[in-house]
Structures are given as C-alpha cells and as structure tokens.
Design a protein around this ligand. Structure first.
Ligand code: PMP
Length: 298
C-alpha cells in the first residue's frame, strides 16, 4: 500500500512539508521503545459534498489524554489541530480519508521524562468500508496487555505490538481477524476494534477497563439509545459469545463489520436481519451526514 507519493503533504510540527522530504530522529525514544501515542480518524465526503472529519474533538481529546497517560508533554490546542487536519486534507485533495496524527518523543535512550514532544499528521485516501463480507474471527492465544502494566485506555504505539502479533497469528491460521481476551480470560476486543454481540434482541459489549475506549463504540451506544436498542456493558467469556445470535467489530477504520464465525462456531442469525446491520447503516448515514428522511426513521 502506497501511503504517499511525491506530492503528498503532511503536517509536521507547525509546518506543511512534503512527506517524501520529511525526516525524523532515529534516536527518538518513540522508535526504540514504542513510546508514542497516536489517533486513527476518518473524514468523509458528506451528503452535501463537503468534507467532514467524524468526531474530530473526541479524537484529539483522546490523543491529548493518551499523551497525558504516558507523561508526554502536550503543546497544542485541539482546535488548532483540527484546523491543521482540514488543511492536510485540502492540500492533498482528500475527502474520504484516514487521518493519522502521531505524538512522538525526542532523541532519548534513557527512560527519563522529556521536555518536548513532536507531532505529525498524515492522511491518505480510504473509501467508505462496505463491510458486506462477514469476518471469520479466531480467539487469539494472545491476551490484551495487562491494565496494571500499561495505560490500556491510551492509544499508545507500543500496545500495537500485541495487536500485530494477534492479527498475524489469526491470518496465519486462515482467519480474517483475532479476538483477544483480557488477563482474566473475559472477552476484550479485536487488535484494532471493539466488539458487540447480539442475543435475543439486545446488544452486549465489554465494559471499559481492559479495552480502548473506542469512539465508534460510543457512537454505536448513542445510536442504540436513539433507536431504543438495549445495550449491556458487562464482562463475558468466549463460551457465552459462541451462543450469540450475531456479533460485529466496530472501529474508525473498520466502521461496523459483521462476523461470520468465531473459531468453528458460525453465528446462526442472518446478518441482514441483525441489529448489527441496522447499526451499520445508521453509522454510515451518520458519518456521511445523510439527511434523516421519514423513510429512514420508519
Ligand atoms: N480497540 C483498539 C485496540 C483500537 O486500536 C481501536 C481503533 N482505534 C479501537 C478499539 C476502536 O476505536 P475507535 O472506534 O475510536 O477507532
């Protein structure tokens, strides 16, 4: 996948520079120790034709919280970063895009605090995900990082070694994606997405504590409130999950995507008749700011 070409512009510490000419410090604590925080954000070409970043305040506030959780200095203001992001989109002629801000550390081979942090914001084209192909999910042999060993609520680069291992393991065994449990053996989340299951007309999702507090997860819960769909946030095991009617992942990149199966258990309910399908459509309408019509409400 080519993330950039010779014309691509990224935002780097207050300046707009060519991605092909930008450089970073090979002595950075971020490169050596995975000590950085980042976001994954999407923009969409909305129904009116305008480009809109979905929930930019929520994403940049989470970035700020992630930096604070890791004791990384924060020098920016959220509104400025949102403006810079729109500028990156506009300079690269992007509408449907994935946006990747990263806060990184200076050269430092010790474990000491830094006085400064740096920021880059990159973006590349990413179309609306259709999500019609259902995923074959595998229970990972990897657990999510222990919340007593990591700030699990932070979107920290180093945590993603765990995601990479889990995802690679699942794909090597012929599955599409992994499902990770927490250190107590309850279901936590995917390598880069939260999850919900449907049982008897209700949705269930793991509570905060062992998962990234997903912005899509929060949006799904909002949509459920509006549609009067009951959601329980509680712990459950893979054994309980295997008795579910259907299940889905949700995340900024993945949006809402249904599951075909977990390990060798195929979910019995047709995705097209599921609550997940209703949420998937409502999510798509929300991110693209589709006007609500009478038909859509019915
Ligand atoms: N969990 C993990 C581990 C993730 O990397 C992501 C993607 N950021 C999510 C959940 C979903 O979060 P969001 O909906 O905010 O993208």
């Amino acid at each position: 996948m080519a993330y950039y070409n010779n014309d691509t512009i990224l935002y780097l510490n207050g300046a707009y520079v060519k991605a092909s000419e930008a450089s970073t410090d090979y002595y950075s604590q971020s490169l050596h120790y995975g000590y950085a925080v980042f976001e994954g954000i999407r923009s969409y070409k909305t129904a009116s034709g305008e480009t809109k970043i979905f929930k930019p305040v929520e994403h940049y506030e989470r970035l700020k919280n992630s930096a604070a959780a890791l004791n990384m200095p924060w020098h920016w203001n959220v509104d400025e970063l949102i403006e810079a992001t729109y500028e990156v989109l506009s300079r690269n002629n992007l509408q449907d895009a994935y946006i990747r801000p990263v806060i990184y550390a200076p050269a430092n081979m010790s474990f000491n605090l830094n006085k400064e942090s740096y920021i880059m914001i990159a973006a590349w084209e990413m179309g609306l995900f259709l999500g019609d192909k259902l995923l074959r999910v595998m229970t990972s042999s990897f657990q999510r990082p222990n919340p007593k060993g990591f700030k699990i609520e932070a979107k920290a680069s180093g945590h993603y070694v765990n995601s990479i291992l889990a995802s690679q393991e699942a794909k090597a065994q012929g599955f599409d994606e992994a499902l990770l449990t927490d250190t107590n053996g309850n279901v936590a989340e995917g390598p880069g997405a939260n999850m919900f299951f449907e049982k008897n007309g209700k949705l269930v999702t793991p509570p905060l504590g062992n998962i990234l507090p997903g912005i899509t997860r929060a949006t799904v819960i909002e949509i459920c409130k509006e549609l009067n769909i009951q959601v329980e946030e509680r712990l459950f095991t893979t054994d309980e999950l295997k008795q579910a009617d259907t299940a889905f992942f949700c995340g900024t990149a993945a949006e809402v995507i249904g599951w075909h199966s977990l390990d060798d258990v195929v979910f019995p309910k047709n995705w097209n008749d599921s609550i997940g399908k209703i949420i998937q459509k409502a999510y798509k309408d929300r991110v693209t700011e589709k006007p609500v019509t009478k038909e859509a409400v019915a």
